[in-house]
Design a protein around this ligand. Sequence first.
Ligand code: BTN
Length: 248
Amino acid sequence: MNIIGSRIIELDETFSTNDFASSLIRTSKQADGTIVLAEYQTNGKGQGNNIWSSVKGENLLFSIIIFPEFLTPDKQFFLSVAVCLSLVDTINEYTKGVCEIKWPNDILLNNKKVSGILIQNTLAKNAIKNSIIGIGLNVNQKDFPKKLFQASSLYVETKLDFDKRLVFNSLVRNLNINYNYLKNLDYTYLKNKFLLHLYKLNIPDYFTFKNGKRIEGITRGIDESGKLIIEINDVQKSFSHGEVTIDF
Ligand code: BTN
């Protein structure tokens, strides 16, 4: 059953589609798979305390409301895996560039970030009560502020203008496919596909740790809960998001 996109709420402008979705959940019962899609956000939220800015009308900005009660909190990273893979599948449908996942959930095209994901889960006992999956995909934006040197869009990487609606439809289709793998608890399939697209897998690189230290290591994969396995001086250890970032 395909539930993602069972209802689509289209807005010209909102604060943040994640915040809009969260107020919908708070005020009334929502259909599983409801999408809030906006042309512009006045206060788009990124990971941590970052903001997500996007030129009006040029990109895809949306949030999905789901109730993944089948998923235990220790497996919540796999939601992010399913979403990353859907973005990779759609970007590969539309471009010939190299599309990779920079752990935990940045989507790179030709080593530039074209998409970000912000997932906000509400946990109950040993289940996820609801989840708001926010997706920003830079589609037709032509220019980016100089300080965002790593940001890009499908347009910048291909010099082609895209029909945003077609890209959105493809993304919803792929989200349903990958979400169904998750519903079937097919973690092995999802993890193996994630590793196929993981940025700098088995390649030495620098990692910045939360104490500010920059250390050379090698990404060796992800563990069962989605932590990044890094090998440093021949010893492998798992790190959670917040403990470490991979340098660009
Ligand atoms: C990141 O920092 O990489 C995550 C960015 C997530 C941005 C999207 S845009 C749609 C949704 N609404 C928000 O306020 N944020 C997410």
